[in-house]
Design a protein around this ligand. Structure first.
Ligand code: AMP
Ligand code: MG
Length: 405
């Protein structure tokens, strides 16, 4: 039996980033960027008006005297919509009528908002003084040429899509999506929708683990239920050959470990660890078969989901080349005293009882590993170190955030 941190390190050490592929920008949402994307020009590429109005020399709007609203008349020498290049420079006493987004003509250093002007017969009266830089956006104010627009390992969300588009990319280098296969095991479990006899239960792990994998950004193949016989397991394993990650549920605890563990070993999986000093999820198994990562998760519904978060999710992130691996950690204040049996690192399913200015969390009342409701309500895992038997209300605890992959 090994410690949690050690087990997690062993998983990460075995997981290598997958090669890159190129996808159209429109299909890049949810993928992970495989290399840094740099701005090939300034963004925006030119200095422009950020308001409709008049491009002017700021000094012209404060002709004389101390502070205070000036009132000056300027000659309007051109009309400049967005998308058009200025063909006239601005000289002293001149202005160009300009629309938001149009390049600032040479000579101008500010824009007077149209609301602060009156225009008549080729002349504009400016009622308010502007300073250099007012109502203009500078070339490169978002990104300078050569700066990194989006860095490698980023999860591509809508803002990243916008930035990649601004940098001019029609196709995006992303890491290949890992293929993950899920096999449930057990003589007693029945797929939803199928007739169920007394003594049987529904297969909740197959669907829940497949959903977790999909949410983490992989391609999921659900391979069904292997009954508790080694030939049944072998038959399912044959279909998992092409998977980067294989996740099994059930059949790894002491009573029946022989089935999944020995079945995997017979199939060529080299064991890396079996049993970790954690609760829930102690019986978890991890092994490798070539480049394939193989996880045997405990059958209890909560244990299987928690161990997915703790071990499978970091492996997926690593294969995807993500900068962060696994659920994000944070600190919160514990709202209710918990007393526990020491000896294993515990991951209590917890809820937020207050989100600010200080995060406050409370453990879900029923922490038994068969109780899936704790995962339905739970938003965090509260981490209690192995040697701790009592954490008093008001103390700071480490939490792992389960939402927001
Ligand atoms: P095992 O790890 O196979 O000993 O299973 C531990 C517990 O989890 C038993 O009560 C099983 O019935 C239950 N279990 C195993 N697989 C599943 C599954 N796919 N869905 C729901 N419960 C399961
Ligand atoms: Mg079983």
């Amino acid at each position: 039996m090994i410690e949690y941190a050690k087990a997690r390190d062993l998983v990460l050490a075995a997981a290598k980033a997958l090669p890159a592929e190129s996808v159209p920008l429109a299909r890049a949402l949810g993928r992970v960027l495989a290399s840094d994307v740099k701005a090939r020009e300034d963004i925006p590429p030119f200095t422009k008006a950020t308001m409709d109005g008049y491009a002017v020399r700021a000094a012209d709007t404060a002709p004389a005297g101390p502070e205070g609203p000036g009132r000056v008349e300027l000659e309007v020498v051109a009309d400049l919509p967005a998308g058009r290049l200025p063909d006239k420079d601005i000289g002293p006493g001149q202005a160009v009528r300009i629309m938001t987004g149009a390049p600032l003509p040479r000579g101008a250093d500010a824009v007077v908002m149209v609301e602060d002007t009156e225009s008549h017969d080729g002349v504009v009266t400016v009622r308010r003084r502007v300073r250099p830089g007012d109502n203009i956006g500078l070339a490169g104010e978002d990104l300078r040429r050569g700066e990194t627009a989006v860095s490698r390992g980023s999860l591509i969300g809508p803002a990243e899509i916008g930035m990649l588009a601004a940098a001019g990319l029609a196709r995006v280098p992303v890491t290949r999506r890992p293929k993950l296969a899920v096999i449930a095991t057990g003589d007693e479990i029945v797929e939803p929708g199928r007739p169920k006899r007394r003594g049987q239960i529904r297969n909740s792990n197959g669907p829940a683990l497949s959903a977790m994998a999909a949410e983490a950004g992989v391609e999921v193949a659900y391979l069904g239920i292997a009954r508790d016989r080694s030939d049944a397991l072998t038959a399912r394993l044959a279909r998992a050959k092409g998977a980067d990650i294989l996740v099994l549920s059930g059949g790894v605890s002491v009573g029946d470990y022989d089935l999944v563990k020995s079945g995997l070993e017979a199939w060529g999986v080299r064991p890396v660890f079996w049993q970790v000093r954690i609760k829930p999820g102690k019986p978890v198994f991890f092994g490798v078969r070539g480049r394939q990562l193989v996880f045997g998760l405990p059958g209890n519904p909560t244990s299987s989901m928690v161990t997915f978060h703790l071990f499978v999710r970091p492996a997926i992130d690593r294969l995807l080349g993500r900068a962060v691996t696994g659920p994000e950690a944070a600190t919160a204040v514990l709202d209710r005293t918990v007393s526990l049996k020491p000896g294993r690192t515990q991951f209590l399913r917890g809820l937020f009882v207050g989100r600010g200015p200080v995060l406050r969390v409370a453990p879900y009342e029923d922490q038994r590993s068969g109780v899936l409701r704790s995962m339905v309500s739970g938003r965090v895992l509260i981490v209690v170190p192995a040697g701790t038997s009592l954490v008093e209300a008001g103390r700071e605890v480490e939490i792992l955030l389960l939402d927001g992959f």
